[in-house]
Design a protein around this ligand. Structure first.
Ligand code: T4K
Length: 364
């Protein structure tokens, strides 16, 4: 077969449950006629995820972006929020939609996470919170961040969009900070099509998040808070519930494939990997750092010619994006953004595809 006749290989594909399992859940939705407003499947999904992750509270919402916005609102944040420029635009746009100002702090070159040593110099009288990102599920330096937050009386929200199913020091990574906001988007390790959740150990914050996602209603439908519409639908919850049954298989599969990539690509001294604690990582992405931007373009073009489409997550670094640009410099984030590539990694990707991709990369 000609190379360009091969089926395209994208950076990811959703881990879909067997269609009949999803359909049988939908049959119940059709019978009940309840599509939204905290229906039984949303409640079931929340309950099952709480059990699966071993956590105290989880509030399911429409996306990871809305989870971030609700978290900011639930903590009454205002003024400046310290975050990282090496992330998806949603981290910064959620802050701005909540009328706060993102203030960037550069990242560490090996973990890709916010550098705690550079946080304090950015704290001002207007700072209300730190909003770090567990990049590609790699846990941030939680202890150092919490120490700074405590010292300056700041809240901590983790952008945990990538960080489902990661254990850190014996508990879910999602239970650190005041609130973690995660994503169930189609491209994430656990998916409900679109979706996300806020996780907190504080019952009062959890109750408030529930009100905020539902127009500010309390249980009697009185309007007691300034809410919005962040409710997950039964259709999405059904997809989440049927996907959850297969999640352990997905997690195992990704780890094996990640390790195969590392094994094959380590033959090249030009390719480097993210540093992370293997016991606290979910292998949801396959990031590689190339030598420089020229090397990146050579690899990208070569792969694209063979119908393979990795993605530049995260490019550009947010400090260079017009809506949030700042005069400060972020050399580490700029450098990472210029030469990082996330390679295809998903359940139906074959071992021989990975071998093919690695051969192409090494020969670029
Ligand atoms: N914080 C962080 C750190 C994040 O990374 C994100 C989102 C958020 C917050 C916000 O969470 P959400 O509000 O999205 O829940 C994707 C996702 O849209 C986005 O969720 C994700 N991060 C970001 C890193 O990546 P794109 O623009 O790369 O998606 P797209 O459409 O190019 O898809 C990539 C590949 O995936 C396609 O080539 C094919 C495949 N694909 C995609 C979709 C949507 C499928 O096979 N099926 C699908 O349904 O953004």
């Amino acid at each position: 077969m000609q190379e360009n006749n091969r089926k395209p290989i994208y950076v990811t594909q959703p881990s879909l449950p067997p269609l009949n399992e999803y359909i049988s859940m939908l049959e119940g939705v059709w019978e009940r006629g309840i599509l939204t407003h905290n229906g039984p499947l949303v409640q079931q999904l929340e309950k099952d995820l709480i059990k699966y992750l071993g956590i105290k509270n989880l509030v399911a919402v429409t996306s990871g972006t809305i989870a971030l916005q609700l978290a900011i609102r639930a903590l009454n944040l205002e003024g400046e929020i310290i975050t990282t420029p090496f992330t998806w635009i949603a981290t910064a746009s959620a802050i701005m939609w909540e009328k706060c100002k993102p203030v960037f702090v550069d990242v560490q070159p090996d973990t890709f996470n916010i550098d705690p040593n550079k946080i304090e110099e950015k704290i001002t009288d207007s700072t209300s919170a730190i909003l770090p990102v567990h990049v590609f599920s790699n846990p941030c330096d939680i202890e150092a961040i919490q120490e700074i937050a405590d010292k300056h009386k700041l809240k901590v929200i983790y952008d945990a969009a990538h960080a489902m199913c990661v254990e850190y020091n014996g508990k879910s990574l999602l239970e650190y900070g005041d609130i973690s906001a995660t994503s169930f988007h189609a491209t994430k390790i656990f998916q409900s099509g679109e979706g996300g959740a806020c996780v907190t150990t504080d019952n009062h914050i959890s109750d408030r998040l529930r009100r905020l996602r539902f127009f500010g209603h309390d249980d009697n439908k009185d309007i007691v808070d300034e809410g919005m519409n962040g409710k997950m639908t039964e259709i999405h919850a059904a997809l989440g519930l049927s996907s959850l049954k297969w999640l352990n298989n997905v997690l195992r599969d990704r780890r094996d494939k990640y390790e195969l990539y590392v094994d094959l690509l380590s033959k090249s001294s030009k390719i480097k990997f993210q540093r992370f604690p293997p016991e606290s990582y979910n292998y949801s992405y396959m990031p590689v750092l190339l030598e420089d931007e020229n090397h990146l373009h050579a690899v990208l073009n070569h792969l694209n010619k063979h119908n393979i489409y990795p993605r530049r997550y995260f490019y550009p670094a947010l400090n260079t994006v017009e809506a949030v640009t700042t005069a400060d410099s972020f050399p580490v984030a700029d450098d990472l953004a210029s030469r990082i590539l996330c390679l295809p990694l998903f359940y139906t990707l074959k071992k021989k595809d990975i071998e093919h991709i690695c051969t192409l990369i090494i020969n670029s």
